[in-house]
Write a protein that binds this ligand. Structure first.
Ligand SMILES: Nc1ncnc2c1ncn2[C@@H]1O[C@H](COP(=O)(O)OP(=O)(O)OP(=O)(O)O)[C@@H](O)[C@H]1O
Ligand SMILES: [Mg+2]
Length: 267
């Protein structure tokens, strides 16, 4: 498995009037193909900004992003749009569904320019909808669905074209506990089955625990990087506790960097 996403020195500075807001203060991150990478951190720490940069929805102020070996940050708008269409999927917290289309039509939308026939596109969309318990809402328009149901249509839509990477910002933010479990299970199943790399922002520790890694942001910086299982194996099969990156590098501890200390309890 190779590297799917690599960022170097990623910075985002917003100007608001005469003030500068440093949303990302230099992020170096590598995410492997097929990895489930969870991004956590306090409100305002830069999670959505990072996701939007990675997904090519916003331009960084400084730094580079490569995805699947392609330098995304050097692409012009047209190439970037095509690259996104062919390789990336998104789950937004605001669902961004088209109001005049039904659930199945919304979910099938990313396949519109794929060359696939309508029947096949909708069959694929139907399959994804049923995986997250929405088959009986396929003919409903967004206004005829609950927030959680609309969100699930958004999730189905991201998976329908089987992209290389899916970026999800609080994908289960509007769902109750039971539905969250159901949707997460379906997402993890699809991710594993299609070998999709998933980068997911979440506030919920139980969801973060589903990932291979948890990246914690604070003030636009990565302050900890915790692996649930060691990439490449080699270590005894661990229980469901996270193994901190620092702990893996320095089993004796002692010289962990000072700003990494809030991951210690996870060892
Ligand atoms: N368009 C913008 N213009 C100016 N400042 C912005 C803009 N977008 C984000 N910011 C600022 O950048 C910082 C990071 O914001 P971001 O939305 O990435 O946080 P977050 O970690 O996703 O928070 P939350 O958990 O609340 O969604 C915040 O201080 C925010 O106020
Ligand atoms: Mg956010």
């Amino acid at each position: 498995m190779g590297t799917m996403i690599r960022t170097k020195g990623l910075k985002k500075i917003y100007r608001v009037g005469s003030e500068k807001v440093v949303a990302l203060a230099g992020i170096d991150l590598e995410i492997e193909q097929g990895e489930i990478c969870c991004i956590v951190g306090q409100s305002g720490s830069g999670k959505s900004t990072l996701l939007n940069m990675l997904a090519g929805l916003e331009k960084p102020t400084k730094g580079t992003i490569a995805i699947a070996g392609k330098m995304v940050t050097s692409m012009d708008e047209e190439r970037l749009a095509l690259f996104r269409q062919e390789n990336l999927g998104f789950v937004f917290q605001s669902y961004n569904l088209l109001p005049q289309l039904t659930a199945v039509e919304n979910a099938a939308l990313p396949l519109m320019f794929s060359g696939m026939g309508k029947a096949q596109r909708e069959r694929r969309a139907m399959d994804e909808l049923s995986k997250i318990g929405l088959e009986d809402r396929a003919a409903h328009r967004p206004s005829e669905m609950s927030g959680g149901q609309q969100q699930r249509v958004g999730i189905a839509r991201a998976f329908v074209p089987r992209p290389k990477v899916i970026f999800a910002d609080e994908p289960t933010g509007n769902l109750d506990t039971h539905t969250t479990e159901q949707v997460m299970e379906a997402m993890l199943d699809r991710v594993a089955k299609y070998g999709i790399t998933l980068v997911m922002v979440t506030h919920e520790p139980t969801l973060a625990a589903c990932g291979d890694r948890v990246v914690t942001l604070s003030d636009g910086k990565v302050i900890s990087n915790e692996y649930r299982k060691k990439p490449g194996g080699g270590e005894a099969e661990s229980d469901d506790k996270f193994i901190s990156n620092e702990a893996r590098k320095k089993p004796g501890g002692g010289e962990a960097e000072s700003d990494d200390n809030d991951s210690e309890e996870a060892i």
